[in-house]
Design a protein around this ligand. Structure first.
Ligand code: PPS
Length: 285
């Protein structure tokens, strides 16, 4: 199967999982409830890791849920063909995930008290992670080399559009007290500290043993071995060349893949596009 993107308001949406009509409904009709919790990320920022942590916090470290239910059912993707109908018919507080940029997200969210966790990762590592993810499938056309993906990424011609615009859009909400910003690099450096931060934000009080369980079952190795989280359940007839979510799980892998010229070109675009953010805002700088 050869798939690609459909475009909506300048954003390429991966045909495989997302339908333009659903995104239009998410934007115009979907009603966010004050009790909802929303995990928001640009793709390849560590979304599934955060889903695992949040689910484990909800069960106080008991892994039964994350080991018996696929993670896209634990926290359905709002804009996905399978997630949207589930979320619209679910009673009570909902946990959901989305990669949508602000201008396509549900209008109702912006006047709600729903909590959001927005996870950010060094865009260089996001680029490399995205390249290896998509290049190992036949879902995206014209992906013969990292160099080609590099150019597409800088132009925003990849799934969910420009990283820079995604960050600008969502970080404009960072002063709100229902909005928690996390960084993949901090999660790697201090996973337990990050888990505690999420607990505080959610008003969850976990004991020391429970925190250790959350840490244990959300580790890279544990998730790699968990068929409910490692995407191995996605049917092969949908993706013939394989789909590897749990690739390396490290920071700074871009240094193994960018040429010197690419690294310099990226720095320049980053400086131009991220002007206005205070120095030290991003942990990889
Ligand atoms: S997706 O498809 O956009 O939802 O992908 P996403 O989950 O956002 O990002 C995938 C990358 O996250 C890494 N990952 C982890 N890193 C550290 N610890 C844990 N537990 C973990 N789980 C997922 C995963 O390996 C992908 O990064 P790369 O660099 O490709 O390894």
């Amino acid at each position: 199967m050869m798939s690609d993107y459909s475009w909506l308001e300048g954003i390429p949406l991966p045909d495989m999982w997302v339908q333009k009509e659903i995104v239009e409904d998410v934007h115009n009709k979907f009603v966010v409830k004050d009790e909802d919790l929303i995990i928001l990320t640009y793709p390849k920022s560590g979304t599934n890791w955060l889903i695992e942590i949040v689910c484990l916090i909800q069960t106080k470290g008991d892994p039964k849920w994350i080991q018996s239910v696929p993670n896209w059912e634990c926290s359905p993707w709002l804009e996905s063909k399978s997630g949207y109908p589930v979320l619209t018919s679910k009673e009570g507080p909902r946990l959901m995930t989305s990669h949508l940029p602000t201008h396509l997200f549900s209008k109702s969210f912006f006047s709600s008290k729903a909590k959001v966790i927005y996870l950010i990762r060094n865009p260089r590592d996001v680029l490399v992670s995205g390249y290896f993810f998509w290049a190992n499938t036949n879902l995206v056309k014209n992906l013969e080399s990292l160099g080609i993906y590099f150019e597409q990424f800088l132009k925003g011609n990849v799934g969910y559009g420009s990283w820079f615009e995604h960050i600008h859009g969502w970080l404009s909400m960072r002063e709100r007290n229902n909005f928690l910003v996390l960084y993949y690099e901090d999660m790697k450096k201090d996973p337990k500290g990050t888990i505690k931060k999420i607990c505080d934000f959610l008003g969850k009080n976990l004991g020391a043993d429970e925190l250790d369980l959350v840490l244990k079952y959300s580790s890279f190795q544990a998730m790699k071995e968990n068929n409910m989280s490692n995407y191995s359940l996605i049917k092969e007839d949908q993706i013939t060349n394989g789909l590897k979510l749990m690739r390396k799980g490290t920071t700074g892998d871009w240094k193994n893949h960018f040429t010197v010229a690419q690294a310099e070109a990226f720095d320049k675009v980053f400086q131009d596009k991220m002007v206005g953010f205070p120095p030290g805002m991003f942990p990889w700088e």
